[in-house]
Design a protein around this ligand. Structure first.
Ligand SMILES: Cc1ncc(COP(=O)(O)O)c(C=O)c1O
Length: 367
């Protein structure tokens, strides 16, 4: 006899996904509607309106791409890059590297501006690259580099790019809903994020914000991009009644609808302050215990803390015991940081001192 699915309960304090609230789980138990049902259209409209607020993007187009964070990244590159276009990409970790590789696969001539893992990419170096390559069609950076716990400064870059023909593309996968994001004030032309981290929904949707400038760029392409991620078609899909592009993942949209409601009810500033407080508390306690922090001081993300593994400890074994003995997930290091750091996420509902204390208690018990 086959058994129904049963999964263990975990406190998700890795780089994502984070735990979802009871309200979000309940939303996914609402009756399934057809994707063209007028009542589902209302849900879609509300999701778009709420996403606009969370992104602070009153202009342009905002919608969730059906797929994880990578789908938003790929939609941006696929629509905004044509073969031979020059693209400046800030690379200070795994996800900057992924962005660079993706742009290269779409035929971009990438000018990488690299920084050591754990450090931010200095704004002056990005601006120097722009001065050396004024024909760059876009400049892309990762706001919250999840592989290192580093926060990339953004706002000055937006101001510098405003008068140019270079589009500003930013990865907000680990920042949206956790730390300040302001698409309008920062002059972002293409923003992408995910549902499963600080917004505390399940994985499966990638909210994006596309500026008027980007829409004009897409309209002027010599050939449209492939079908599924074509932002022009997706805009019709999300904004026009009765238009069919694909079957929207209904339950993921219900979940996002509820998690955006919870985010806005809490208030963006209050939510950012909660993440800031929980992260600062965790980081102070880790330092107190003699752990080092991997990301450079002044640029540390509160929602994702990278902790240097103390001499003599086996990183993978500690991670395994924290999971098995304490039901708590923390993340491992990637690439050059493999075996050297753990990555602890306090995201969404888990951004509290209470959850930080549970992580610390588990680490105390096994180290
Ligand atoms: C900064 C960043 N960008 C992109 C991604 C890719 O998102 P996904 O794994 O949801 O496809 C991640 C995932 O962790 C990320 O942290």
């Amino acid at each position: 006899v086959t058994q129904p699915l049963r999964t263990p309960s975990r406190l998700l304090c890795g780089p994502g996904p984070s735990n979802v609230s009871p309200g979000v789980l309940a939303a996914m138990q609402e009756p399934i509607l057809g994707h063209l049902d007028p009542d589902f259209r209302v849900v879609m409209d509300e999701v778009v309106a709420r996403l606009r607020e969370v992104y602070r993007a009153p202009a342009g187009i905002v919608l969730p791409v059906s797929g994880t964070g990578h789908s938003g990244m790929e939609a941006g590159i696929a629509n905004l890059v044509e073969p031979g276009d020059k693209a400046i990409v800030g690379v200070a970790g795994f996800f900057g590297g992924r962005l660079r590789e993706m742009a290269e696969r779409y035929g971009a001539d990438v000018v990488p501006v690299e920084a050591e893992w754990g450090k931010h990419v200095p704004v002056e170096r990005l601006l120097d690259a722009l001065a050396a390559h004024p024909d760059a069609r876009l400049l892309a950076v990762v706001h919250a580099e999840t592989s290192t716990g580093m926060r990339q400064p953004i706002s000055e870059l937006g101001r510098a790019l405003a008068g140019t023909d270079t589009l500003f593309v930013v990865d907000f996968v680990t920042s949206l809903g956790g730390i300040e994001v302001d698409v309008e004030a920062w002059g972002i032309d293409y923003a992408y994020s995910c549902s499963q981290k600080c917004l505390a929904s399940p994985p499966g949707l990638s909210p994006v914000a596309v500026s008027e400038r980007s829409l004009a760029r897409i309209g002027a392409r010599t050939r449209p991009t492939g079908y599924y991620l074509d932002l022009d078609l997706l805009a019709h899909h999300w904004l026009e009644r009765g238009y069919y592009h694909h079957t929207t993942p209904i339950l993921s949209v219900y979940a996002l609808h509820e998690s955006l409601r919870e985010t806005l009810d809490e208030g963006l500033e209050a939510r950012w302050a909660r993440h800031a407080d929980a992260g600062a508390y965790l980081q102070a306690e880790l330092l107190e215990r003699g752990f080092g922090l991997f990301a450079e001081e002044g640029y540390r993300l509160p929602q994702l803390t990278s902790v240097s593994v103390r001499e003599g400890l086996d990183a993978a074994e500690v991670q395994r015991r924290v999971l098995v003995e304490h039901g708590l997930e923390i993340g491992a290091g990637l690439g050059p940081a493999a075996g050297k750091i753990w990555r602890i996420g306090l995201m969404g509902a888990n951004a509290t001192r209470e959850v930080a204390d549970r992580v610390l208690a588990a680490l105390d018990a096994v180290t």
